[in-house]
Write a protein that binds this ligand. Sequence first.
Ligand SMILES: Cc1ncc(COP(=O)(O)O)c(C=O)c1O
Length: 360
Amino acid sequence: MNEFAVALDRYPAYVHDLPGLEAHVRGIRAALPGTEVFYAAKANPDAEILRTVAPHIDGVEVSSGGELAHVRETLPGKPVAFGGPGKTDDELALSRTLNAERIHVESPNELARLAALGPADVLLRANLPLHVPNAALTMSGPFGMDEDALDHCARLLASYPHLKLRGIHAHLASGLDAPVMLDLAHRIAEWAIPWLRARGVDDPELNVGGGMAVDYTSPETRFDWHTYGTGLSGIPAKVRIEPGRAMTAYHGWYVTDVLDVKTTRGETFVVLRGGTHHLRTPVTKGHDQPFKVLTAQGPERPATLVGQLCTPKDVFARDALVPPLAPGDVIAFTMAGAYAWNISHHDFLMHPKPAFHYRR
Ligand SMILES: Cc1ncc(COP(=O)(O)O)c(C=O)c1O
């Protein structure tokens, strides 16, 4: 990685390690026999990434008409599940034109609008009041439906025989480790399976979402897919998951060089080419982005790594230990393969876009 990244013709650049990603996703697949794995495209919809993970996934979860069209074009024939709140009529119509295999319905209103468009296979997205300890993010509020709205949908479905109720979708939280996630999946199943059977669904599907923990303070740590997969196999339903971050975070780097180093009132700042308009992950998650200095060595001292944007929020890492740095030194931010470029505000200040490289 180091030699490759230092030899880039210009910075900033994203570098994606496709063989590493493929091996990682193959391992996830192997740890989950009997569970369907859909990749959440929102984590990184880059076509090269989609094609790399494709052999090891059962389908893709998409959350907009744009993602749906992109995934259908990039991976024709790969099943898609279309979720997300606030689907427009146009998006619902596109899901019928492109034959999305599953629709995750978010409200009775959405169900009625879908029904007007013809046949579809649906999962109802449930927003269950289950306590989730230590979650990085809980998806309550507008996401999915409470028990009353789910019952409302079940009554509506009785009058829409062309809509087939397949199961329940529940993505309730993210940032969970395997034992917590497994416990949550079992609690979802305990509620959902009897609920579905009581409504005539004999072969229930359960999509228990994504949200597997990715620890940016410990780049070597991985979610325990084996424990999760083994535990999921005990659920008496067709179980599906839709991880994003824990699949693609680890095999992307944002590589850039130092423009300036300065000390202001005792604090050292390293100003890098680019910024959080290319890699918004640390600002969004409120963490220090892990990194490696590729070109310098020596006694380490604390410095704050910032970008070129005119905002004090343009910070990659605060008070991080770095060797002596000078303009031209190269730094690679690791764990930049998910929710990185695609969630960033690229056009702010009209700086050049990064280059993209794929190790094959
Ligand atoms: C419905 C749904 N599924 C899956 C995911 C993927 O979550 P993660 O990338 O944390 O695995 C998300 C993320 O927001 C989501 O909203």
